[in-house]
Design a protein around this ligand. Sequence first.
Ligand SMILES: Nc1ncnc2c1ncn2[C@@H]1O[C@H](COP(=O)(O)OP(=O)(O)OP(=O)(O)O)[C@@H](O)[C@H]1O
Length: 258
Amino acid sequence: MALLEANGLTKKFGGLVANENVTIKIEKGTIAAVIGPNGAGKTTFFNMITGFYEPDEGEILLNGKSIKGLRPDQIAERGITRTFQNIRLFKEMTALENVMVGVHSRLKAGLLGILFNLKRVQEEEEKARVEAYKLLEYVGIEQIANEAAGSLPYGLQRRLEIARALATNPEIILLDEPAAGMNPRETVEMTEFIKRLKSELNLTIILIEHDMKLVMGLSEYIHVLDYGRKIAEGTPDEIRTNKQVIEAYLGKSASEVS
Ligand SMILES: Nc1ncnc2c1ncn2[C@@H]1O[C@H](COP(=O)(O)OP(=O)(O)OP(=O)(O)O)[C@@H](O)[C@H]1O
């Protein structure tokens, strides 16, 4: 049984079919990519898996159990977390505080406890602080722990977002364009870092990425969307030479000419 199964997912926005009957299976412990031209439906797919959109049709199974219709926080509790194409950090808060938010989401005290400043809450706060700092160390940005998230360079913000996602102790992490806006050196570092997430933390990783060098070098399996439909899946070598994929990226005339 696959760890995550999306079966026949369809999502429409008015007359626009953003995902049409998309079936994608993800095996545990793998790095998979979802690729496709702009507007192909990749982020919509992520939004359905993580509970930000409810599919119009289809089913989503995690370890064989349906997670369709759950809220994003409930899905995070079950072990699926994500980062966003447009980074979503609390920009005024420090890097450390941003990660603490992630840690708190799985600790018990809750908002009421925080408001009434109970002793247990203070202990929990300290625990969250220590854990958050360790996560910053893990992603290699502990030196900016006390800087406002919004003031950080792009590459560091992306790492910070991953640290916050890791704070929920996930089994699966969905990375929406993790190397967007990065220079070549940062992209190589991000590639190595994603490999570490798999090998050291035993995570299953699904990424959306336009940087083909990163996709081909990192993914074990690739799913290709075009106009909301899945047009291909396979290993990087299979995808690289797939005629339909080449056409989707270059346009029909390009492959007809070659
Ligand atoms: N909330 C929404 N309301 C209306 N249309 C939407 C919404 N979200 C996505 N769409 C549309 O659905 C289609 C798929 O968008 P989506 O963002 O999933 O594509 P994508 O493959 O992630 O694109 P990109 O690579 O450019 O980020 C697009 O035509 C987009 O405009």
